[in-house]
Design a protein around this ligand. Structure first.
Ligand code: C2E
Ligand code: MG
Ligand code: MG
Length: 508
């Protein structure tokens, strides 16, 4: 920006100096000629000539200066990549429309998966994609609304006047539909999605442009959390939830520093012998008032705030340390999508294995499909490094979302865990039973081990075994328990195998 200003100023100066100099020479020559003919005196002719040149130069300078200023002003309000108006222009437009007492609606559009394309194909293709998306949005807006680029992969669409919100929502739905189809760049067909947040201010409303933008931003993040490729209207609840989330974030930081987390372990048993073959670590948060909080409550907040990296590493270290006492069985540790996306994670994993001395081939990381859907390339890269250590990877909660046979083939998990909902429903309807059976068949064909999760009844256990599951996990056999209880269960099993009479607690 500074360079453009300097170049413009120099050009402006030359444009003024050159004509002014020429004019001054021409007028002085003319006046001198008149003076020689004796019509006016020499000083008067020089004075008139000088004044004339000064007035002409001033007028010229003023006009050129104004033009340049206008151009600079325009440059400051335009995005250089797409030539769309930018964030400054957006604020100015909203303020103007609001001053006229109009209803204003604002959509914030964030492209899904743009970073992946930028990383994979480079910035040249990334820039082209942004330009193409800009053209698509402008086309969809037509004369109805105005499109802005706010930076990166973020666009905004503003609409003012009667029914602004309704019309804008229609445009946004059209955009999501259009972006569900690929965009052709050279010989590539690239697919990006869009997460959109909407907010509006009624006619005469007092919300400023910054607040409107913030609300659309909050709603956009709700769209992202909700699974992307959707529009969400801002609601005051979002702010209330954010407040309670931010309170929990502070508490989680405190909990980590004060060691309020504990790890319990739920055994996985062999489907035939019912012996314990593995233990899954499940983190719990015991608040200072003694209240235990389940991972389903705090893990999502930890994921959103990035605290999951520190908590996850703490759990991994704790679990590897505890499981050193259980030599015959596998240790399963749950890993969040955010952890898998963190390039530091494989390094930290290697460090923990070395530090604790836990054998990598006895460790299994459980990941859910969210890790893979959001960022398949990054996940694949991390999984490759993790496997190089000899650690196995298991796909958790299979049957709850989109994870397909394609996923199983692409990522080549060593193990698959059928979600509790699938196991329960398989006992109740034929469709779910068929899905469970076909999932096990495919997994088996791909040489994957299969665990049935959440088994609570004998019927479910029999069904899981006959379907071909080799491991079962559920309250029918064991609930999650502290580490020392796993040790005693394993000792009991070992004693039974050896035919040693069991020593009851309290006996010396
Ligand atoms: P998950 O990995 O699928 O773990 C199984 C969950 O099902 C556990 O809940 C377990 O207690 C519960 N469960 C096991 N058997 C039964 C049963 O027979 N019936 C019923 N109704 N439930 C059963 P929990 O401990 O509340 O964990 C919930 C989820 O939180 C876990 O699901 C996992 O996704 C996540 N989680 C737990 N610990 C960690 C952790 O250290 N890191 C991460 N990233 N996520 C974790
Ligand atoms: Mg799990
Ligand atoms: Mg699970």
């Amino acid at each position: 920006m500074g360079q453009i200003v300097r170049r413009d100023r120099l050009a402006a100066e030359w444009l003024v100096i050159a004509p002014a100099a020429l004019l001054s020479v021409a007028f002085t020559a003319a006046l001198t000629a008149i003076f020689w003919r004796g019509t006016i005196s020499l000083p008067a002719s020089l004075l008139i000539g000088g004044l004339f040149v000064y007035a002409a130069a001033f007028m010229l300078l003023y006009r050129i200066g104004c033009n340049r200023l206008r151009k600079l002003e325009e440059l400051g309000r335009t995005d250089s990549l797409t030539q769309l108006p930018n964030r400054r222009a957006l604020h100015a437009d909203i303020q103007r429309e609001q001053a006229d007492g109009k209803e204003v609606a604002l959509a914030l559009v964030d492209l899904d998966g743009f970073k992946r394309i930028n990383d994979q194909y480079g910035h040249f293709i990334g820039d082209q994609l942004i330009r193409d998306c800009a053209v698509i949005i402008v086309d969809l807006c037509g004369d109805e609304a105005r499109c802005y680029r706010l930076g990166g992969d973020e666009f905004a669409i503003a609409k003012s006047g009667p029914l602004a919100g309704t019309i804008l929502e229609g445009i946004c739905r059209g955009l999501i539909e259009r972006l569900s189809r690929p965009i052709a760049i050279d010989d590539r067909r690239l697919t990006v999605g869009a997460s959109i947040g909407l907010s509006r201010v009624p006619p005469g409303g007092t919300i400023g442009s910054s607040e409107l933008l913030r609300r659309s931003d909050v709603a956009m993040y709700a769209s992202k959390r909700g699974g992307r490729m959707r529009c969400t209207w801002f609601s005051d609840d979002f702010d209330r939830n954010r407040e309670s989330r931010s309170e929990m974030e502070d508490e989680l930081r405190h909990a980590l520093a004060n060691q309020e987390f504990v790890v319990h372990y739920q055994p996985l048993v062999d489907a035939v012998t019912h012996d314990i073959v593995a233990a899954e670590s499940l983190v719990r948060w015991i608040r200072p008032d003694g209240k235990a909080i389940g991972p389903n409550v705090f893990i999502p907040v930890a994921e959103e705030t990035g605290l999951i990296n520190a908590i996850g590493i703490w759990v991994l270290r704790r679990a590897c340390t505890d499981a050193m006492a259980w030599p015959g069985i596998t240790l399963s540790v749950n890993i969040s999508a955010a952890q898998l996306r963190n390039p530091e994670f494989p390094i930290q994993l290697g460090y923990i294995l070395e530090e604790t001395g836990f054998p990598a081939e006895r460790l299994e990381l459980e990941i859910t499909e969210t890790c893979l859907v959001l960022d398949p390339e990054v996940a694949e890269r991390s999984l490759r490094v993790i496997r190089q250590f000899g650690v196995n990877v298991s796909l958790d909660d299979f049957g709850t979302g989109y994870a397909s046979i394609g996923f199983l083939r692409q990522f080549r998990f060593e193990k698959l865990k059928l979600d509790r909902s699938l196991v329960v429903e398989a006992g109740q309807d034929d469709g779910s039973l068929a899905m469970m059976l076909s999932s096990v068949t495919v997994a088996r064909a791909l040489q994957m081990g299969v665990t049935a999760e959440g088994v609570e009844t004998q019927e479910q256990a029999i069904l899981a075994r006959t379907a071909g599951c080799d491991r079962i996990q559920g309250w029918l056999f064991h609930k999650a328990m502290p580490a020392h209880e796993i040790t005693s269960h394993l000792n009991t099993e070992e004693a039974l195998r050896q035919g040693v009479p069991l020593r009851m607690e309290g006996q010396s």
